[in-house]
Design a protein around this ligand. Structure first.
Ligand code: SF4
Length: 314
């Protein structure tokens, strides 16, 4: 079926609410017909600026607003970024996403440094992407010219639930950034976080917002909340695995052309659970021992699982 068949929210709800066994079977079929079955894209996140963020995202340890002891900003140098990219390449990653805890990308020497670092990473034979916050059209052009292949800007959750999570940036601003990235001709990645106390309806709304786009998203990163002590979501009830699988399978069915990326939260999953995620549509992961401020599965451990499953990584 074509992507346009799934733009209606009611159709997405129907898919999401299918009996789990049928949902898994359908997602597996869609996945097999959309991408080479064993292909897995391995991404690594390198954080140029960690902490000291003025936003108040309730899940995030980097916010300087929602913690008693806010994390001070820590910066990497250009050489640190290149070194981390080299390590990621040695461990088998095919692309590096450079992040910074900015609300809006500044027009200053830090941005210039990121552009230059991106060019050097590309020369190392890696793809390079960025997630730096709200970005202007001119800045988008600059990162495109520097060879960055994708820009990430997450929706995080549904429009209705959004006010429970963030008050310092609007949902409309996020949608606007996503649209501008897509209109610039760059690949746009956007996804969200599951397990922040949202309802099934919120999950369906978020999936609808991600799928209902004229240009399909390049990658849809799906994160499982990793509750961080000291943040407003530290005591949120964890999401059950079957609920997560339902979100992933629905995402695969309604967005057959997009890479579905299992990002934060993989460390707590068994190998069997991860395998099911790959079967129903996950074809990208974030690897490396850190994902911003949360622990992640290290690449050596990942490699063993990928080899066991005969996944072809790039
Ligand atoms: S998620 Fe990003 S914007 Fe929000 S507080 Fe964390 S670093 Fe800042």
């Amino acid at each position: 079926m074509k992507k346009s068949d799934f733009i209606e929210r009611s159709v997405i709800k129907e898919v999401y609410e299918k009996p789990l066994f049928s949902l898994i079977r359908e997602a597996t079929i869609v996945h097999k017909s959309s991408f080479p079955e064993k292909e897995l894209f391995v991404n690594t996140l390198i954080s140029y600026k960690t902490g000291g963020c003025g936003e108040d995202c309730a899940y995030c340890a980097q916010s300087s607003r929602n913690r008693k002891n806010p994390m001070k900003a820590v910066y990497l140098s250009a050489d640190d970024i290149i070194e981390e990219a080299g390590e990621a390449k040695k461990s088998g990653a095919g692309r590096v996403c450079i992040s910074a805890s900015w609300r809006r990308v500044p027009d200053n020497e830090e941005f210039e440094m990121i552009l230059a670092a991106g060019e050097r990473i590309r020369e190392m034979g890696l793809e390079v992407c960025a997630t730096l916050g709200t970005i202007s059209d001119l800045q988008l052009k600059r990162i495109q010219d520097a060879g960055f292949s994708a820009y990430n800007h997450n929706l995080d959750t549904s429009e209705k639930y959004y006010h429970e999570i963030i008050s310092t940036r609007t949902y409309a601003e996020r949608l606007d950034t996503i649209l501008r990235v897509q209109n610039s001709g760059m690949n746009c990645c956007s996804g969200g976080i599951i397990g922040m106390g949202e309802s099934h309806d919120d999950r369906i709304d978020m999936l609808h917002a991600l799928a209902d786009r004229e240009i399909p998203l390049f990658t849809v990163p799906l994160n499982v909340l990793v509750p961080i002590p000291g943040t407003p979501l530290e005591n949120v009830e964890p999401i059950g695995f079957w609920d997560l699988l339902r979100v992933i399978a629905t995402a695969r069915i309604i967005m057959p052309e997009s890479r579905i990326c299992l990002a934060a939260g993989r460390t707590d999953m068994t190998e069997e659970q991860q395998t099911l995620c790959f079967m129903v549509g996950v074809n990208a992961v974030f690897a490396g021992d850190k994902l911003l401020t949360t622990e992640n599965t290290d690449l050596t451990k990942d490699k063993k699982l990928f080899e066991k499953l005969d996944l072809k990584t790039s």
